[in-house]
Design a binder for this molecule. Structure first.
Ligand code: 5RP
Length: 221
């Protein structure tokens, strides 16, 4: 394992303490979440949970492989916790997400959960969001129009080549932003016709951030 993978694993391991026995767990997407799912099997915690609501087809497959029932959010009601990674986090636990193109379902599951536990290695911590290109999920026929509106907001939009989301849409990555007012930018991008979802999690930030290092994890509330 690389030092970064070890750091991710430390964060994933610390998140196990947040699991509430008998509850349905919200599970996100990405390499850090994959380590979390692997730990559920390794630590024999699969039987402790009722099932999981997943934010992507990839995570659903991984959960099913270890015997976790994957449930429909419409059947479960509110979830107690949602565990997911991030591409960037600022000190207010506002996030950029969507590097794995799962941002829309991630935002839905986060919205439907009482507690959002974000797990990441320490390299994801920044003072100002925006160095990581901001992912925006867009209805395919609107991609040029949305791109022009994103330029007006000061960004440099770039279509993510060859990627179609689980919802059948495209991803535009917006480069060159320095996001000093994340709530305002999230609202502005949400208002562009043709945008399905923006990967800024500012209106609903994480509640708990677990930042991993190769030697341990730090929890920030
Ligand atoms: C997927 C995401 C992921 O949480 C984000 O990309 C972090 O991934 P990783 O854990 O692989 O660093 O938002 O859409």
């Amino acid at each position: 394992m690389t030092p970064q993978d070890l750091a991710k694993r430390q964060a994933a391991e610390a998140a196990l303490a947040y699991i509430e026995p008998g509850e349905v767990l919200g599970v996100g997407t990405g390499s850090t979440v994959n380590l979390f799912i692997d730990l559920l099997a390794e630590r024999r915690l699969v039987q402790d949970i009722k099932g999981a609501v997943s934010s992507s087809n990839a995570s659903s497959e991984r959960l099913k492989k270890i015997g976790v029932p994957v449930l429909d959010l419409n059947e479960t009601g509110e979830l107690s916790i949602y565990v997911d990674g991030a591409d960037e986090t600022n000190p207010r636990l506002q996030l950029i997400k969507g590097g794995g193109a799962a941002l829309t379902r991630e935002k839905i599951v986060a919205a439907a959960s009482r507690k959002f536990v974000c797990i990441a290695d320490q390299s994801k911590r920044v003072d100002v969001l925006g160095k990581f290109p901001l992912p925006v999920e867009v209805i395919p026929m609107a991609q040029s129009y949305v791109g022009r509106q994103l330029v007006k907001l000061g960004g440099k939009p770039k279509l993510r080549d060859g990627v179609i989301t689980d919802n059948g849409n495209v991803i535009i990555d917006v480069h060159g932003l320095s996001i000093t007012n994340p709530v305002e930018l999230e609202t502005q991008i949400n208002l562009i016709t043709g945008v399905v979802c923006v990967g800024l999690f500012a209106r609903r930030p994480a509640d708990v951030l677990i930042l991993g290092t190769p030697n341990g994890a730090q929890t920030i509330l």
